[in-house]
Design a protein around this ligand. Structure first.
Ligand code: HEC
Length: 180
């Protein structure tokens, strides 16, 4: 109990002192969620379509389409993508601020709420945790089909994104935007 009260006052202190430089979290959260929505939607559709021809085929879809979709749906002056603490593609490696977000979620497994931060005077960021779902396990789980594993070995020799369980944090969606 004592601990909880202490935590609460630390949080209150942090929000009142940091107010000057902090983004308007509600506003950034609203814009961030709106910007990420078409990215998430298109990824899901591409994955579902690709899976119709089996997960080994869908590996290729994920590899080629994820960056292409991010570039297509992001308005000018907005960037978005996915990153993780256990990467498949090293091109998705987290920047420092993204690593801090990942660490926050790993340290606080009960908090799966989106978070916002300020990057500099003109830019703010929004992130959403990505939870591993059962349908992700054919490519990110522990018991992969041989054909999937072979495809992954070929394309991602440094793959660290297997061995996830359903419900586990897989990574984050991130978006950066101008501070309006
Ligand atoms: C058909 C296989 C397949 C399935 C199913 C799949 N993924 Fe992936 N995933 C991949 C591949 C391939 C990449 C690497 C994409 C790239 O090269 O950018 C990847 C990359 C990622 C990344 C980016 C970070 C990294 O490690 O490079 C995240 C996050 C991710 N997947 C989450 C998920 C989630 C969540 C699901 C379930 C909803 C899922 N994936 C289902 C194959 C798959």
């Amino acid at each position: 109990m004592k601990y909880r009260i202490m935590m609460l006052s630390v949080t209150m202190l942090a929000s009142s002192t940091a107010a000057a430089g902090d983004p308007d979290s509600d506003e950034v959260a609203r814009r961030g969620a709106e910007l990420l929505q078409p990215f998430q939607q298109a990824l899901q559709t591409a994955l579902r379509e690709g899976m119709k021809e089996g997960p080994a085929n869908a590996v290729e879809v994920c590899r080629l389409e994820a960056p292409e979709i991010a570039a297509r749906v992001a308005p000018e002056d907005v960037a978005m993508g996915r990153t993780s603490h256990r990467l498949r593609n090293p091109d998705n490696a987290p920047l420092d601020w993204q690593r801090e977000m990942l660490e926050y979620y790993l340290d606080n497994p009960d908090d799966r709420q989106p978070r916002q931060t300020r990057l500099d005077e003109t830019r703010v960021a929004h992130v959403q945790p990505i939870e591993t779902q059962p349908m992700c396990l054919s490519c990110h789980g522990s018991d992969l089909d041989e054909s999937v594993q072979a495809r992954l070995d070929e394309l991602y020799p440094e793959d660290r994104a297997t061995g996830f369980a359903a419900g586990e944090l897989r990574g984050i969606f991130w978006v950066t935007m101008p501070d309006e």
